[in-house]
Design a binder for this molecule. Structure first.
Ligand code: HEM
Length: 124
C-alpha cells in the first residue's frame, strides 16, 4: 500500500512548513491578502489559526493529530468568501506544493480534500 497522504506531505514537520508558506502566499496574494494581513498585528491569533490549520490537514490526511479548531462552516461564517477567493487559496496551495516538489498523486489527493470542503466555506 502507498504511504498515507500525511507521510507524503512530510508528516507534521512538513505540514508546518507548507502551512507557513501558504499563509505567506495568501498575505502576498492581492486578491485575498486583505483577509489575512490583519493577523500580522495579532501574532497570537495567527499562531493559533496556523496550529489549527496544521492539525486540520494532519488529521484529514491520516495523521495522529486531533483537530481542536472550529468546523469549517462556523470558522468561515459571515466572511462571505467568493468562489474566486476560494480558487486563489487553492492556487496558492498548489504553488506551495510545487515548491515542495510534491508529486501529482499527492496534489490530486489534496485537491480532492479541498474540493470536498468548498460547500462549507464559500458564501457563508
Ligand atoms: C481552501 C480551503 C480552506 C481551508 C481548509 C481552511 C481552513 C481553515 C482553518 C482550519 C482555520 C482555523 C480555524 C480555527 O482556528 O478554529 C481557518 C481560519 C481562517 N480562514 Fe480558512 N480555510 C480555507 C479557505 C479559506 C478562504 C478561501 C479564506 C478567505 C479568502 C479563508 C479565510 C480564513 C480566515 C480569515 C481565518 C481566520 C478566522 C478567525 O480567526 O476567526 N479560509 N481556515
Amino acid at each position: 500500500m502507498s504511504e498515507s497522504l500525511f507521510v507524503r506531505l512530510g508528516s507534521k514537520k512538513g505540514i508546518i512548513k507548507i502551512v507557513d508558506d501558504v499563509v505567506e502566499a495568501h498575505m502576498n496574494n492581492p486578491i485575498i491578502s486583505a483577509r489575512f494581513t490583519p493577523y500580522l498585528e495579532q501574532p497570537e491569533n495567527l499562531a493559533m489559526v496556523k496550529k489549527h490549520t496544521v492539525d486540520f490537514f494532519s488529521m484529514g490526511s491520516g495523521g495522529p493529530q486531533a483537530y481542536t479548531g472550529r468546523d469549517m462552516e462556523t470558522t468561515h461564517k459571515g466572511m462571505n468568501i467568493s468562489a474566486a477567493e476560494y480558487m486563489e487559496t487553492m492556487d496558492d496551495i498548489f504553488k506551495v506544493l510545487d515548491k515542495h516538489e510534491k508529486d501529482d498523486q499527492t496534489k490530486k489527493d489534496v485537491l480532492e480534500i479541498l474540493w470536498s470542503l468548498k460547500g462549507m466555506i464559500i458564501g457563508k
